[in-house]
Ligand binder design. Structure first.
Ligand code: AMP
Length: 515
């Protein structure tokens, strides 16, 4: 089924419901949104002459046009290629060329590209057409005849999702209409219930996970809110939640931390916030506990990756609240249990499924797993070997099916033949009250192969002497796991999705070792 039917159906059943809001201001009902989508789709196929299956790239800040363009693209039987608006012009050029996009929409918020960037893209892709959503060309696109929803086979590609590329070049993950529909329905089973009075607030880039939560909210006819700031502003979110009520959002762990700090400073708790779905990177136990104390029981964690979007495991609201359970803290430190639409196992290097408690690579199989990487049969074959998605993440399952992530395969430190999982050391260092953020990596060492070093960001006007950090480690983890050196830094290098670039930290270590 074509995903565009989700919107068409809601618009028929609940035409007058507000669909799009900018801040607290409603700007478009479901019937109007569906009409615009059908006419823009008509423009894409008619006026611009695009053929079914062609790729249309979106380089937009979070803006109301994002949603209408996504649905218009699917409505017209085309493939959406959302690109993070914060990427460098050269990174954008790579994605445009790799996906062979024939059309690029730009603008929305402050994301307009420079003329030099646009000239570079046109030079490397002479057939590429660029339309700014603020311009007359865009208005004309929506002024023609509406199109009927195109037929999409279940495995037709809907969303070409470029990986965030913490190492190497991004790859285009092919997500089909069926993949995204399965992801959508499993939200109701595993993450949360959604009601028409709910609002989904796009505080993280819609080109990534946050945008994928549109489906469940379209399906029930709830409201889609683009903040006036176009992005993440903790004070604005708290204010909007208070006025709109029943506001849900997807947030990366750093965003949750900032939201918690703001809510604590204002003293209002999580008033008006329905659900914060967090994930995309490790959220440490101490941070989860603080978030629960300050905001109340409004948290759900998801673990996923582009290759199985938002859907590998979930730690439900109930599990967050179940303080009386004997393994409550272990569960809070886990990423929850397998989503209902996938099987999750932990496998060893020979591909054997490991029993509870043993650590190995996390493999996933099921309805949400991608169709493969775009134009990359080698990477597809390697990642989907034997019918399982090899996530590259390392972890263990407990006997109740809760998955605890250790690290990315490549982040595991091997020192003197022993595996050290940086996350375990990071959890300990974060217990120091002066430590705001930390990243632990391996540094080449002639004797041990690798040794543990830590990059530490302290809270403002606070310090965490190495001796104190060492003592903390010695109190709770094996001596060989404690960092041999601490680097105190103002911030950690992160990519545009807020993920710490450990490759960059390893490079810095290797360079400092050579000097
Ligand atoms: P991406 O494909 O860019 O969304 O990145 C996916 C990767 O982010 C996963 O393979 C994990 O390494 C990490 N990740 C996602 N969700 C979580 C989570 N809840 N906890 C820890 N790491 C996560």
């Amino acid at each position: 089924m074509n995903l565009a039917h989700l919107l068409a159906r809601t618009a028929r059943v609940f035409p007058e419901r507000p669909a799009l809001l900018v801040g607290a201001r409603a700007i478009c009902s479901y019937s109007r949104l569906a009409r615009r989508v059908a006419t823009i789709a008509g423009g894409l196929r008619g006026r611009l002459g695009l053929q079914a299956g062609e790729r249309v790239a979106l380089l937009l800040g979070n803006c109301p046009q994002y949603l209408e363009l996504l649905y218009a693209i699917w409505h017209a039987g085309l493939v959406a290629v959302p690109i993070n608006g914060k990427l460098h012009a050269r990174e954008v050029a790579f994605i445009l060329e790799d996906s062979l996009a024939s059309l690029l929409f730009v603008g929305g918020g402050d994301a307009a590209p420079s003329p030099a960037a646009a000239a570079m893209w046109s030079a490397c892709m002479p057939r590429l057409r660029i339309i700014a959503v603020e311009d007359g060309d865009y208005r004309r696109l929506a002024a023609g005849e509406p199109l009927a929803v195109s037929v999409a086979a279940p495995d037709d590609i809907a969303w070409l999702f470029y990986t965030s590329g913490t190492t190497g070049r991004p790859k285009g993950v092919m997500l089909s209409h069926r993949n995204l529909l399965a992801m959508t329905l499993s939200y109701f089973a595993d993450v949360d219930q959604v009601e028409p009075a709910d609002s989904i607030l796009y505080a993280a880039p819609m080109s990534h996970g946050a945008g994928m939560y549109n489906f469940v909210h379209v399906l029930v006819g709830a409201r889609h809110v683009v903040p006036e700031s176009g992005g993440f502003d903790a004070a604005e979110i708290i204010e909007l939640a208070r006025s709109l009520r029943q506001v849900s959002l997807f947030a990366a762990p750093t965003m949750v931390r900032r939201l918690v700090d703001q809510a604590a400073a204002q003293g209002g708790g999580g008033d008006g916030i329905k659900t914060i779905v967090y994930g995309g990177g490790p959220m440490y136990l101490a941070d989860i506990q603080r978030a629960l104390t300050v905001l109340g029981n409004r948290l759900v964690q998801i673990y996923g990756q582009g290759e199985s979007p938002m859907t590998i495991t979930a730690l439900s609201r109930q599990h967050h609240a179940d303080r009386g359970h004997p393994r409550h803290l272990d569960r809070l430190a886990s990423v929850g249990v397998a989503h209902s639409v996938v099987e999750v196992i932990v496998a060893d290097a020979d591909g054997r499924s490991l029993p509870a408690g043993e650590i190995g690579e996390i493999w996933v199989r099921g309805e949400t797993v991608m169709q493969g990487y775009w134009h990359n049969p080698e990477a597809t074959a390697a990642t989907l070997r034997g019918g399982w998605l090899h996530t590259g993440d390392v972890g263990s399952l407990d006997s109740d099916g809760f998955l605890t992530l250790r690290d990315r395969n490549k982040d595991v430190i091997i020192s003197g033949g022993a595996n050290i999982y940086p996350r375990e050391v990071e959890e300990v260092l974060l217990q120091h009250p002066a430590v705001a953020e930390v990243a632990v990596v391996g540094r080449p060492n002639a004797e041990w192969g690798e040794e543990v070093v830590a990059f530490v960001v302290c809270r403002p006007e606070a310090s965490a002497p190495s001796g104190q950090l060492d003592r903390l480690c010695l109190q709770s983890i094996a001596r060989f796991k404690r960092p041999r050196e601490y680097f105190f830094v103002a911030e950690l290098p992160k990519n545009h999705y807020g993920k710490v670039l450990k490759t960059e930290l390893r490079r810095q270590c290797a360079e400092s070792g050579e000097n």
